[in-house]
Design a protein around this ligand. Structure first.
Ligand SMILES: *[C@@H]1O[C@H](CO)[C@@H](O)[C@H](O)[C@H]1NC(C)=O
Ligand SMILES: [Ca+2]
Length: 324
């Protein structure tokens, strides 16, 4: 009796999961998505505008080629009025560089679209969310993490993205992620639901999401735009977007359908503790310098010991003399 009950429970749960899975699929929003074939009947791509070096082929949208000093972006033309959403981006970063490559790309949910600027090809002091896939470490000193590196930043227009520190002073959270030069598909998955931001990746071609970062109490307004941008400098890479799929997620029971979220100022309750604020350590002493330094210390110690022995012997002699 009990096992039968449990069995039914498990079967029920299983079906619920499948239906939940289907539901999310049902809510794909075409007007915020970019999928093949990209071009409509005309040369333009429905719902997306292009900037800079971006080119569209039948298989990918290339934001930058593997050439120096390029910058490109794509911007959704329709503002997003969905409160809870998820965005899956299939991308490909690849190039000839084995050890030297850059600079990276950024995915955006921001107020101002189609603006060029220094933050991976887009505007600094932005309003909204940036997910940054930074391939090149601009920081010369020891970093607390390796590159490529994925991080999240929320801005209300007041914060500057500091390339010299790879944005570590303004990031909410981040993770190391090797995403370059794979033959299989690479994906990043951004969920904004219940004021919680979760970024996951699928980089190993295993069809499994791996959590990169999770931040609670993130406030983002509705009415912002999705976009992607990339840039190259002295170093370069191909930065390709293969697909963007945006899904509307159901409102939670605690969320009010009529609440106006359009005037919210982007904010996050917790920033990651600032890192690397200490200046870079002075370069270590060279081998010869260290050797000479140790020699000097050794000589001083020997002299002190010899003087000590001489003083001790003299004292012994004096006390012996006194005895006689
Ligand atoms: C904007 O963000 C900065 C840094 O987090 C904060 O100090 C400031 O109070 C914020 N301004 C508004 C209007 O929320
Ligand atoms: Ca960097």
């Amino acid at each position: 009796m009990l096992t039968k009950f449990l069995f039914l429970q498990i079967v029920g749960l299983f079906f619920k999961l499948i239906v939940a899975e289907w539901n999310t699929q049902d809510y794909e929003r075409r007007e915020h998505s970019l999928t093949k074939p990209y071009q409509g009947s005309s040369m333009s791509v429905p719902y997306w505008d292009f900037l800079g070096s971006t080119i569209v082929t039948s298989n990918y949208v290339r934001l930058t080629p593997d050439l120096q000093s390029k910058s490109g972006a794509i911007w959704n033309t329709v503002p997003c009025y969905t409160r809870n959403w998820e965005v899956q981006v299939q991308f490909k970063v690849h190039g000839r560089g084995k050890d030297l490559f850059g600079d990276g790309l950024a995915l955006w949910y921001v107020r101002d679209r189609m603006q060029t600027g220094p933050v991976f090809g887009s505007k600094d002091y932005f309003y909204g969310l940036a997910i940054i896939l930074d391939t090149y470490s601009n920081h010369n000193g020891a970093h607390n993490h390796q590159h490529p590196y994925i991080s999240a930043m929320i801005n209300n227009g007041s914060l500057h993205y500091d390339h010299d520190r790879d944005g570590t002073h303004t990031q909410l959270s981040g993770c190391e992620a090797k995403f370059r030069n794979y033959n299989h598909d690479t994906h990043i998955y951004i969920v904004y639901k219940d004021d919680t931001l979760i970024v996951s990746t699928d980089l190993e071609g295993k069809n499994a999401w791996k959590e990169c970062l999770k931040v609670e109490n993130v406030l983002l307004p509705t009415g912002y735009y999705f976009g992607a941008s990339a840039t190259t400098g002295d170093l370069s890479d191909n930065h390709d977007i293969i697909a963007i799929k945006m899904y509307e997620l159901d409102l939670l029971e605690t969320q009010n359908r009529d609440e106006d979220r359009s005037h919210i100022i982007p904010s996050a309750a917790s920033f990651e503790a600032p890192r690397d604020r200490v200046e870079d350590a002075k370069p270590a002493m060279s081998g010869i310098k260290t050797f000479l330094w140790m020699m000097a210390v050794a000589i001083v110690i020997i002299v002190i010991v010899v003087l000590g022995i001489m003083w001790y012997q003299k004292r012994q002699e004096q006390s012996r003399k006194r005895l006689y």
